[in-house]
Design a protein around this ligand. Structure first.
Ligand code: PLP
Length: 227
């Protein structure tokens, strides 16, 4: 955790940004509740999950802690109610139907669900995410839904070791955010950057980096070890 904070601080400083301008989302998918508890004790409160069933079990066990849960994985219509009831944020909205269902299912006693549109910046390499040219119409639709608050854009670029290519993909997302804000969407969140590319994302304006393995270690997807 400290090493990741240091990387964020260094990347921010190198780009003339403050450390507070980049929020850390600790991605705890596949890791047990004890790992989340330990991170919380080290000062971390925002956690990201990608699998609904696994997340719900973890959230239930950790009810005693004031945690902020972010859903960052692919979302199917039959899971929208559980997500609307248990998460503070959803980063992976890429179609109107999912957004409508989340808004309809968001409990009245909770604040509006904070959401980002997931944008596909790697073309055919990815099936999830809205195409950049369709982002504005989806954003307008999401903005019209009463129980969602549209905060920004999220992207998962195709993995590459080429830092210039990483930056080019992140820049597309940043430019799209600027374009939407010129149309008065008032978005403040660029959710981009993971363990292997957070420096490039911060250089291109990320306000929230989603970091898993650099905090918790290598993921093992087998049932036994995922707790
Ligand atoms: C797993 C995951 C991450 C974290 O990836 P790391 O490489 O472990 O940092 C970030 N974002 C999303 C959407 C993920 O599914």
């Amino acid at each position: 955790m400290q090493a990741v904070k240091h990387r964020i601080l260094a990347a921010a400083a190198q780009n003339g940004r403050t450390a507070q301008s980049v929020r850390l989302l600790a991605v705890s998918k596949t890791f047990p509740p004890e790992a989340v508890r330990e991170a919380f004790e080290a000062g971390q409160t925002a956690f990201g999950e990608s699998y609904v069933q696994e997340a719900l079990a973890k959230i239930a066990v950790l009810r005693d802690l004031p945690l902020e849960w972010h859903f960052i994985g692919p979302l199917q219509s039959n899971k929208t109610r559980q997500v609307a009831e248990n998460f503070a944020w959803v980063h992976s909205i890429d179609r109107a139907k999912i957004a409508e269902r989340l808004s309809a299912a968001r409990p009245a006693e909770l604040p509006p669900l904070q959401v980002c549109l997931q944008v596909n910046v790697s073309g055919e390499a990815s099936k999830s995410g809205v195409a950049p040219e369709e982002a504005e119409s989806l954003a307008a639709h999401v903005k019209s839904l009463p129980r969602l608050q549209l905060r920004g854009l999220m992207a998962i670029p195709a993995p590459t070791d080429d830092v210039a290519l990483q930056r080019r993909q992140f820049r597309i997302v940043n430019e799209l955010l600027t374009q939407l804000n010129r149309r008065n969407f008032q978005l403040d969140t660029l959710s981009m950057g993971m363990s292997d590319d957070m420096e490039a994302a911060i250089a291109e304006g990320a306000t929230l980096v989603r970091v898993g393995s650099a905090i918790f270690g290598t993921r093992n997807y087998t049932k036994e070890s995922s707790g």
